[in-house]
Design a protein around this ligand. Structure first.
Ligand code: ADP
Ligand code: MG
Length: 302
């Protein structure tokens, strides 16, 4: 569904200042996947989502979504892409919703933009997110969690194949966040829509098929559910999918040039502080990373 290769985004702040928000990011998302993106503030998560949603254009690299090359789309095609292929949910409700309209009128808005108003479908979408009883409520009568569910219904209005959510649970409590994540999970299972969710909350990432960690504008590691991981390795898989949510495997991501990011605390633990050099040794089918001045203490399975 999504292929990002060596994706770069540079923001020009003024004549002398540029920020490289994405620094050659690689990412692959399968059709029908529900995946999470985590990373510290400023690591490039929102920038990536804006590129995926066609809200802004990458500076360089490759970005293919649903067989469309997003670097080559004309402005007109990009507008169509935004309206037809993707649905967006933001953390900030003000960006998702019009407060003086009812829930159902909010869901109808994107349909209007596309030229077709379908009240029945708008109602059905609200029922789908568990708000069948709130269809005619003004938005300011709804709780934060309910408003986020309206936002999800809105994002589905034009039947997108990709949902992008930027910290959708950032302003609600843990219990509400859990409910919202379950709504996403259900939509993913029932409609087969591909979902990419940026989140801070490591507890919520348990509900994802796969989680990608971004550091300094690059993919640094992937956390896979163990069942998903065995599938990738085509080894035998137990059918007890649900119970395996707790067991995750974290793998470092190699870029196309064979570079990896080594966690800072690993480097600290082998005493790499005042040098930027490591000894890399191939030994017994393992690659060992060694402090050139010290004993062999760190190793990495191949
Ligand atoms: P995250 O969502 O992970 O917190 P962002 O993608 O928002 O990170 O930001 C990544 C980097 O790009 C930050 O250094 C941020 O200051 C910068 N940045 C983001 N958007 C803009 C913009 N529109 N103009 C200039 N710099 C930006
Ligand atoms: Mg952000």
């Amino acid at each position: 569904m999504i292929t990002c290769e060596n994706l770069v985004k540079i923001y020009t702040i003024d004549d002398d200042h540029e920020v490289m928000a994405l620094q050659g990011l690689d990412l692959q998302v399968e059709d029908g996947e529900m995946m999470g993106i985590i990373g510290n503030s400023g690591s490039g998560k929102s920038t990536l989502l804006n590129m995926l949603g066609g809200l802004d254009r990458p500076s360089a690299g490759k970005l293919i979504i649903n067989d469309q090359n997003l670097l080559r789309l004309t402005d007109k095609d990009l507008v169509r892409y935004r309206l037809e292929t993707v649905g967006f949910i933001w953390q900030n409700n003000a960006r998702n919703l019009i407060p003086y309209l009812t829930a159902v009128e909010n869901v109808e808005l994107p349909m209007l933009l596309k030229g077709k108003l379908k009240r029945d479908r708008a109602k059905e979408l609200l029922e789908r997110v568990g708000l069948g009883h709130r269809i005619n409520s003004k938005l300011n009568m709804l709780s934060g969690g309910e408003q986020q569910r309206v936002a999800i219904a809105i994002s589905l209005a034009n039947n997108p194949s990709l949902l992008l959510a930027d910290e959708p649970t950032g302003s609600v409590d843990t219990k509400t966040a859990d409910i919202i994540l379950d709504v996403f999970r259900e939509l993913n299972r029932e409609l087969g829509v591909t979902i990419v969710i940026v989140t801070h909350d490591t507890l919520l990432t348990r509900k994802m098929d796969r989680v990608v960690a971004i550091r300094d504008g690059k993919t640094s590691s992937e956390i896979l559910r163990r069942s998903h991981y065995s599938e990738l390795l085509s080894t035998e898989q137990t059918d007890n999918d649900e119970d395996q949510n707790d067991t995750h495997v974290e793998l470092a991501v190699l870029d196309r040039a064979g570079r990896i990011q080594v966690p800072r605390d690993y480097l600290d633990s082998i005493g790499i502080e005042d040098t930027n050099k490591l000894q890399v040794i191939l030994e017994d089918g393992q690659i060992i990373l060694r402090n050139p001045n010290g004993e062999k203490v760190g190793s990495l399975n191949n």
